[in-house]
Design a protein around this ligand. Structure first.
Ligand SMILES: Cc1cc2nc3c(=O)[nH]c(=O)nc-3n(C[C@H](O)[C@H](O)[C@H](O)COP(=O)(O)O)c2cc1C
Length: 357
């Protein structure tokens, strides 16, 4: 296993390892892919206003979510078909995540099954479900997830219908998760409502994460419904196109939630500095979806583990150079906004790839 010193090398290796169909499925988005590019544009628009001459000998960047420690404020979000990128799939992610000390949200659209992952890698983990059955079916799955030891349950609410991923459609590429989504009863997913949320909260004693919040009003409804984690996401620009960058949704959601629940955000976060920006704007933790897939594609759990170490180094370095030594010191006063230097795209966090490195 080669030693990767930078995330650049990991992304390059992933590209070498994947066929065009799998690569496009991983890096692509919906329709014109504007939401995908806007996620990056948003992240790149925030700049640091560093402070100097603060003692940064010890930088503390550990936190917790739903009672589970996070060595760095990062989550591995649900990635359907993760086994397409590397055969160990969700188990490989689970092992790397556990060894490093963060949290995984396991997708219902990937292999192995949630129960098998729980047996092979016991420990705190959140289960994300796509509803492809009726309420009794959902209740049975949630009860089984609790019995299997899952410490949180995540409902993805931005996927009430499957989007038009034209990059895949043009090649007639059908990802495994697309088959699950299209092949199951997607009507149940379409029929999800705030009543579904109320039902889960009334029936089960497991923390509930609502993923796909895109506006303050829905964040407020989550809080009113007793949701335990408000997860700001546009599915990495893979569902509704022409949405705002998730990092730009964050401030209004932080204001609406007003400390009532932790806030997770994802969408376009590829580097440690990107993560620190989201923390400055009030996120508790940041999901890194494509990076998870890219690291797995580059060499499975060992490379994902290396990527997490690199991210930790990047976060610590960014915090120290911005003049802060703890997460509590991060705030919006450390940021300002400017237009990005160049048109952002899904991999613009890795500018040296274009130079052939
Ligand atoms: C290949 C792929 C598969 C995904 N599958 C799921 C899924 O099964 N469930 C889900 O809630 N989100 C899924 N997502 C969305 C991610 O959980 C996350 O919201 C998104 O990747 C964040 O954006 P980023 O890739 O820019 O980090 C998927 C994303 C990708 C790239």
């Amino acid at each position: 296993m080669p030693e990767f010193l930078t995330l650049h090398e990991i992304v390059k290796k992933a590209k070498q390892n994947l066929d065009q169909g799998s690569w496009d499925y991983l890096v692509g988005g919906a329709e014109t892919e504007s939401a995908l590019r806007r996620n990056r544009a948003g992240v790149e628009s925030w700049l640091f206003k560093p402070r100097i001459l603060n003692d940064v000998t010890h930088v503390q960047c550990a936190t917790e979510l739903l009672g589970s420690p996070l060595r760095i404020p990062i989550l591995m979000p649900p990635i359907g078909s993760i086994q397409v990128f590397e055969e160990s799939g969700a188990v490989g992610v689970a092992r790397a995540v556990q060894e490093f000390g963060i949290l995984q949200i396991l997708s219902s659209a990937c292999l192995p099954s949630f129960e098998e992952v729980a047996v092979q890698v016991p420990g705190p983990r959140i289960y994300q479900l796509y509803l492809v059955g009726d309420q009794a079916w959902m209740d049975d799955i949630i009860a089984r997830a609790i019995a299997a030891g899952y410490t949180g349950f995540c409902l993805t609410a931005d996927t009430q219908t499957y989007s038009r991923r034209e990059r895949d459609m043009l090649k007639r590429y059908v990802p495994m998760s697309g088959r699950v989504a299209g092949g199951g009863d997607f009507n149940a997913q379409a029929a999800m409502s705030w009543e579904t949320v109320a039902h889960i909260k009334e029936t089960f004693d497991i923390p509930l994460v609502i993923k796909g919040v895109g506006v303050a009003e829905d964040a407020r409804r989550c809080v009113e419904a007793g949701v335990d984690v408000v997860y700001v996401s546009n599915h990495g620009g893979r569902q509704l196109d022409h949405t705002r960058a998730c990092i730009d949704v964050l401030p209004e959601v932080v204001q609406a939630v007003d400390g009532a629940a932790p806030i997770v955000v994802d969408g376009g976060f590829m580097r440690g500095a990107d993560v620190v920006k989201a923390l400055c704007l009030g996120a508790t933790a940041v999901g890194m979806g494509r990076l998870e897939g890219l690291a797995m594609a580059a060499g499975g759990e060992d490379v994902l583990l290396q990527a997490l170490h690199i991210l930790e180094h990047e976060i610590r370095t960014t915090m120290a150079l911005a003049g802060v030594s703890s997460l509590a010191q991060l705030g919006p006063e450390l940021l300002t906004r400017e237009a990005p230097l160049a048109p952002p795209h899904v991999l613009s966090a890795f500018p040296f790839l274009a130079e052939g490195y």
